[in-house]
Design a protein around this ligand. Structure first.
Ligand code: HEC
Length: 146
C-alpha cells in the first residue's frame, strides 16, 4: 500500500515535468514563428505590397495574387529565387495569364526571404508554419543572378 501512495505523487511530478517541457518547446516554436511573421510582414509591406497589395490579392491582370491560390505554396522554392533575382516570362496563376517582369530585390538575405515567405504562407487564411532558412539557402544555391 505504501508503495502505491508514493507512486502516485511520483507520476504526477513526472507528468507535470513532461507537460512543462512540452509547453516550453511549443511556446519557443511559436515565438520563432511570431518573430518571422512580424519581420516578414514589415519586409513584405516594404518590398512587395506596392504590386501584390497588402491583402495579397495582386492587381488586375498586371500583378498576380499571392493569396487566394496555391500557386505560391506549390512554387515555394521558385519564389525564393524570384524575390532575390526577379522574374520574367508568362505565368498562369489561378487560370489567368500574367506577363510582366518582376524586379528582384538582390539585397534580401536568406533570413529575410525566409521571413517574407513565412509571412505569406501564414497569412490570408493559411497556417503553414515556418519556412526554414536552410530551405531558402538550398533553393538559392540552385539559381543565380540573371
Ligand atoms: C514592381 C512590382 C512587383 C514587386 C515590387 C514585386 N512583385 Fe512579385 N510579381 C510581379 C509581377 C509582374 C509578377 C509576374 C511575373 C511574370 O509575369 O513572370 C510577379 C510574380 C510573383 C510571384 C510568382 C507568381 C505568384 O503569384 O505566386 C511571386 C511568388 C512573387 N511575385 C512574389 C513577390 C514577393 C515576395 C515580392 C517582394 C519581395 C514581390 N513579388 C515584389 C510584380 C512585383
Amino acid at each position: 500500500m505504501s508503495s502505491s501512495r508514493t507512486l502516485v505523487p511520483g507520476s504526477i511530478t513526472v507528468a507535470v515535468f513532461l507537460g512543462g517541457i512540452f509547453l516550453l518547446s511549443c511556446s519557443s516554436k511559436n515565438t520563432k514563428l511570431d518573430q518571422y511573421y512580424v519581420q516578414g510582414q514589415a519586409l513584405y509591406e516594404k518590398n512587395c505590397s506596392n504590386c501584390h497589395q497588402k491583402n495579397g490579392k495582386g492587381l488586375g491582370l498586371v500583378y498576380p495574387p499571392l493569396a487566394d491560390n496555391n500557386y505560391f505554396t506549390d512554387h515555394l522554392d521558385d519564389s525564393f529565387c524570384e524575390m532575390k533575382y526577379g522574374k520574367k516570362g508568362s505565368i498562369l496563376v489561378n487560370g489567368k495569364e500574367y506577363n510582366k517582369a518582376m524586379p528582384g530585390v538582390p539585397s534580401l538575405t536568406e533570413l529575410e526571404i525566409a521571413e517574407i515567405a513565412t509571412y505569406i504562407t501564414n497569412s490570408w487564411g493559411r497556417e503553414n508554419g515556418i519556412v526554414d532558412i536552410q530551405r531558402v539557402k538550398q533553393a538559392l544555391d540552385k539559381c543565380s543572378a540573371p
